[in-house]
Design a protein around this ligand. Structure first.
Ligand code: FES
Length: 238
């Protein structure tokens, strides 16, 4: 096969920054994986030709690194953390739900071609256990955090992603907790979402709740994520 133009461009743009062509091998293979969800033998052969490397050498790299997939994956690859903290946070229940819902084991593709779930090691987001990332393959490849999941919310996310694509991977509200030991008299909360946990204080104005995120990371939710804004309003009213 011919390497897609996007990957040829990726290589051409970076080649001068690497000491030799071989040094660009893994980045080029990762680009193939982002596009196809795996590194097929045809793609490996095309990368070998592009970088002037023996095919056997490229194959040996692919077989050494477990993060390079040699099997087909679904449109969305779900990397579900199974390390200690997330395991205690509920990973096993999430994986069990996935396998029962779709009748496939981790590493297999669901019958609708939408998902492959892989149990992986720590994703370095341990305070948001159980932590996972969804990767959407293709030219618009992107990774999405989907954290702090319950089985019910995981089920809902899977159904909405299968029906609606990556837009369904927006940040969602998981729960709101009153903050123990607040620093002052204001109403302090923990806002727990599928991305992170935010300490915030809340006030009421003009018939709605205004959430002041102490990290300053949430932005203007009303504009940027109106569904999350509505979820927060409903939860605070409840
Ligand atoms: S233990 Fe799961 S992200 Fe670190």
């Amino acid at each position: 096969m011919e390497l897609p133009e996007s990957i040829r461009g990726f290589i051409a743009e970076r080649i001068s920054r690497y000491p030799n062509k071989k040094a660009l091998l893994i980045p080029a293979l990762m680009e193939c994986q982002k596009l196809f969800g795996q590194v097929t033998p045809e793609a490996a052969q095309a990368v070998a030709s592009e970088l002037d490397l023996p095919f056997a050498e490229v194959q040996s790299v692919i077989s050494f690194y477990t993060m390079l997939n040699r099997r087909p994956t679904g449109e969305f690859l779900i990397a579900m953390c199974g390390t200690w903290n997330c395991e205690h946070g509920g990973t096993a229940a999430l994986i069990e739900h996935f396998t029962k819902k779709y009748g496939v084991e981790p590493g297999e593709v669901t019958k609708d071609g939408k998902f492959t779930l892989l149990r992986v090691e720590c994703l370095a987001d341990c305070h948001n256990a159980p932590s996972s990332q969804f990767y959407h393959r293709g030219e618009d490849f992107k990774a999405y955090w989907v954290n702090n999941l319950t089985v019910e919310l995981f089920d809902q996310v899977l159904d909405e992603v299968a029906a609606g694509g990556p837009a369904a991977l927006r940040e969602r509200l998981v729960r709101i907790e009153d903050k123990a030991n607040p620093p002052d008299d204001r109403r302090w909360i923990w806002l727990v979402t599928t991305n992170s946990q935010y300490p915030a204080w809340v006030e009421q104005a003009g018939g709605e709740y205004i959430v002041h995120d102490a990290y300053g990371r949430l932005g203007d939710l009303k504009q940027e994520n109106p569904q999350l804004f509505a979820e927060i309003q409903a939860a605070l009213k409840g």
